[in-house]
Design a protein around this ligand. Structure first.
Ligand code: SME
Length: 164
């Protein structure tokens, strides 16, 4: 398999996402193993953008998220729906973009280096199945373009693993 590119060089963020999307689609088409695919998506995003933390939490019981594949520092294992940025996105079933984590009530600080965060839920049949969580060490590290492209990436995972 071709190694994932370091395509941030010379291109802008949207160009990078645009180039990554078909790569991610091709990579995850290679297996029906969800964990393997989440691990590779986390690796691809970490390598391409150098985010502080990239990973997934999966819904593992009623109203409970459990840590899944990730790249970055140690993270908390369980997050109830409604708690923190992840639990809020899971409960509300929509993306939460936090420019400054200090201002988000109930933010769960897994790493003191995280300054901003975006969480995109994968919703299937009205339920949050998993969430993609990305932390930046920079304040205001995410914008509407990140949201758009990360939602496309999560939609690819949904199509591969949750559409029957
Ligand atoms: N900050 C998240 C917790 C998960 S870590 O960032 C990996 C939150 O508030 O839900």
């Amino acid at each position: 398999m071709t190694e994932t590119l370091s395509i941030t060089e010379g291109g802008n963020k949207e160009d990078t996402y645009r180039a990554l999307l078909p790569q991610i689609e091709a990579v995850i088409a290679g297996t029906d193993d969800l964990i393997a695919n989440l691990a590779n998506v986390a690796a691809i995003l970490k390598q391409a953008f150098g985010f502080h933390w990239v990973g997934f939490y999966r819904t593992t019981g009623p109203g409970m998220l459990t840590l899944g594949p990730f790249q970055g520092p140690l993270a908390c294992v369980f997050i109830p729906f409604g708690k923190g940025v992840c639990g809020t996105a899971a409960q509300d079933r929509k993306t939460v973009l936090v420019p400054d984590v200090e201002t988000f009530p109930g933010h769960i600080a897994c790493s003191s280096l995280s300054k901003s965060e975006i969480v995109v839920p994968l919703v299937h049949r009205g339920q949050t199945q998993l969430i993609l969580d990305i932390d930046s060490a920079e304040p205001d590290g995410f914008d509407a373009a990140d949201q758009t492209w990360l939602e496309k990436i999560v939609a690819l995972i949904a199509r591969q693993h949750f559409c029957t």
